[in-house]
Design a protein. Sequence first.
Length: 91
Amino acid sequence: MALRTLKPTEARDPYARLVMDAFDRQARSPADFPREALVQVETFDHEQGELRFTARVVRASSESHLRIRTDDGLIFAVPAADCTLIEERRP
């Protein structure tokens, strides 16, 4: 199944910034995160509880989730709403 190309959230819905998801976070689209972008992930795992870590975006895995790669090479999907872009400083 091919993923359709998504526009950034604001391009699709000018009121998107006012919409929050079930956890009172801004609902984000995977299209808001470019490939290889550095992100801060704050999510919940039923076995380990609250998790907070940094990762790189690999690609969108659905209309609501990102496929990410952690520093140790683990690749998995997380909700885009759990991710925040980290500004990288260039030397």
